[in-house]
Write a protein that binds this ligand. Structure first.
Ligand SMILES: NC(=O)c1ccc[n+]([C@@H]2O[C@H](COP(=O)([O-])OP(=O)(O)OC[C@H]3O[C@@H](n4cnc5c(N)ncnc54)[C@H](O)[C@@H]3O)[C@@H](O)[C@H]2O)c1
Length: 279
């Protein structure tokens, strides 16, 4: 998709971080926006900022893990603008940093609910709309570098992002088979300074199973420091994503060095070596 002006972009997790940067980039390109998020105050602030810059913005409170919320998001998008051309399935949470056997059932439900089911619902609900309306479209699924490697103490997050990568690859093949004019990209950043270190802020009460501990707070602060050291900004990631959309490029790796770790993993697999610890 090369023409963005006046076309409609739906961005989940659009109130913060990479989603907000994608929204700013879409607004700069003259797109009309639908921002979907669970964090209503941040959503209102994002809409106010973008609206003040002249963008047309519609906001929807939407929990992407819930089928009916995503269905309502599509209905409201069609009601507001009559179509959708760019879908960014971007909402995501970082989860917990514990050993694989220590993540609780609710930890898994929370992370897989947002990161995997959110993308599944987006693909399931919006792809038929984009195919049915005809013309060009593009779907960007935000996975992660974690979708290609297997770091210690990241089980729910890594599982969720590996799932998003393969869902995106299958979607690509299916759309190619259908000779559709809807493209797909999978966005795979490494460390970007956003609010993901504090994902627990949006964790639903019914998916919490214990009070926050001092150790967890310390781990979050460590993650925050790591993210803030990252040289690639959310705005850089958004610019690279829009270049990929315009060039109909599938894989988007804003941090090129991660490809070395992916190569090591692939070689481990092909040479039947035990997994190399890369990070
Ligand atoms: N920041 C990084 O280093 C990094 C690296 C790789 C991948 N990612 C991915 O980028 C995406 C965006 O994350 P970010 O880093 O901008 O974090 P962020 O916390 O700044 O933004 C995520 C947004 O998603 C929203 N959200 C959370 N749960 C939701 C739900 N159930 N329904 C709808 N919205 C929900 C949050 O309210 C927030 O606005 C995620 O999918 C994340 O996994 C981030």
């Amino acid at each position: 998709m090369k023409d963005f002006k006046d076309r409609v972009a739906v961005i989940t997790g659009g109130a913060s971080g990479i989603g907000l940067a994608l929204a700013r980039r879409a607004a700069d390109a003259g797109m009309r926006l639908v921002l979907a998020d669970v964090e209503e105050a941040a959503l209102a602030a994002a809409a106010a900022e973008l609206g003040a810059g002249g963008a047309q913005v519609h906001t929807v409170r939407c929990d992407v893990s819930q089928a009916e919320d995503v269905e309502r998001l599509a209905e409201q998008t069609l009601k507001a603008y009559g179509g959708v051309h760019l879908l960014c399935n971007n909402a995501g949470v970082g989860g917990v940093r514990v050993r694989a056997w220590q993540a609780s059932t609710k930890d898994w439900q929370w992370v897989l609910g947002v990161n995997v089911w959110g993308v599944i619902h987006g693909v399931r609900v919006f792809t038929p709309i984009m195919l049915g309306q005809g013309g060009e479209g593009h779907i960007v699924n935000t996975a992660s570098a974690a979708g290609f490697v297997s770091m210690a103490s990241t089980a729910p997050y890594a599982v969720s992002k590996h799932a998003v990568v393969t869902l995106s690859e299958v979607l690509y093949h299916d759309l190619q088979d259908e000779k559709a004019s809807v493209g797909v990209s999978v966005l795979c950043p490494a460390w970007v300074g956003t609010n993901i270190w504090n994902s627990q802020r949006n964790r639903p009460e019914d998916l919490r199973d214990h009070a926050d501990t001092e150790a967890e707070r310390a781990k979050r602060e460590q993650l925050r420091a790591l993210l803030e050291k990252g040289r690639v900004t959310a705005a850089d990631v958004a610019a690279m994503t829009f270049d990929a959309i315009a060039e109909d490029r599938f894989y988007v790796f804003p941090h090129p060095k991660i490809r070395k770790d992916i190569q090591t993993r692939m070689e481990d697999i092909l040479e039947l070596r035990n997994p190399t610890r890369t990070a």
